[in-house]
Ligand binder design. Structure first.
Ligand SMILES: [Zn+2]
Length: 197
């Protein structure tokens, strides 16, 4: 989140929430240039917010967490279950299959997108950020995932408020984390980071 704020898709935006969609789902909130950590560092753990009561079991022990429905791990598990297959594969491979016309793969990715949309609507109502960013490997699924996510999120937001929903994909890919760490490091020694590099 900090990397994207400093050098990427959230430059100059004063309130941003980022979903990082990968094997798990994480998140981060930047307000006025500062990452909001919460008291014990778990702020932004959007992956463990519950989007489906009695939904599938999450690694954390609860049911219906966003991570149990929309992470890469969930996409793979749902695909394997629907196809009754034991062969191991990656979320990227499920997405490739969806692109090639595998209807089950497309449906699994769409369902993940809809769950993500519920998470996005929740964040929108709770934080009302100027921008919501989507990053992480699973976000590379592109339209297949993001269209249903945006559609679902919009359907959960009152019409008069929908125009305030802004969603973008991150720009920095795997470099976002290291740039964010650099940003924190520079700031901790008092460098004016917007002049640095
Ligand atoms: Zn969980």
């Amino acid at each position: 989140m900090l990397g994207e704020y400093w050098r990427g898709a959230a430059r100059g935006v004063n309130s941003v929430f980022m979903f990082t969609l990968g094997t798990g789902i994480g998140g981060g909130l930047v307000i006025d240039g500062n990452l909001w950590n919460g008291r014990s560092g778990i702020a932004g753990e959007v992956g463990h917010t519950i989007v489906q009561i009695n939904g599938p079991r999450c690694a954390c022990g609860n049911r219906g967490c966003l991570e149990a429905l929309a992470s890469g791990t969930a996409i793979v598990r749902n695909y394997q279950e629907r196809k009754r297959m034991k062969q191991s594969l990656t979320a990227r491979q499920v997405v490739e299959r969806a692109r090639k016309g595998d209807m089950v793969a497309a449906s699994v990715v769409r369902q993940a997108g809809e769950a993500l949309g519920v998470g996005i609507a929740n964040v929108f109502h709770l934080v009302n950020p100027a921008l919501i960013l989507l990053g992480g490997g699973v976000s590379r699924a592109g339209k297949l995932l993001i269209q249903p996510a945006v559609g679902k999120a919009r359907s959960l937001i009152r019409p008069a408020l929908r125009r305030y929903l802004r969603i973008r994909r991150g720009q920095l890919g795997d470099d976002a984390g290291v740039l964010g760490a650099a940003y924190l490091g520079f700031r901790s020694i008092g460098l004016d980071v917007h002049e640095t590099l």
